[in-house]
Design a protein around this ligand. Structure first.
Ligand code: ZN
Length: 55
């Protein structure tokens, strides 16, 4: 799979148990398409607040 922006090969990252495709060249980040339907983990309000503080 290649980056839709710059066509460089995408790297696969693991993020909180989910796999995400990202491009180191241009910073594109996209969520991988899963073959199986997995429950979507909704970010908790506390996590959102923590992330906001760190930003
Ligand atoms: Zn790219």
């Amino acid at each position: 799979m290649n980056c839709p922006r710059c066509s460089d090969p995408l790297r696969t990252y693991s993020f909180r148990g989910h796999q995400t495709n990202g491009c180191e060249t241009c910073g594109f980040v996209g969520v991988a398409v899963n073959h199986e339907s997995e429950p979507v983990e909704i970010e908790s309000w506390q996590d959102a607040l923590d992330r906001f503080k760190e930003a």
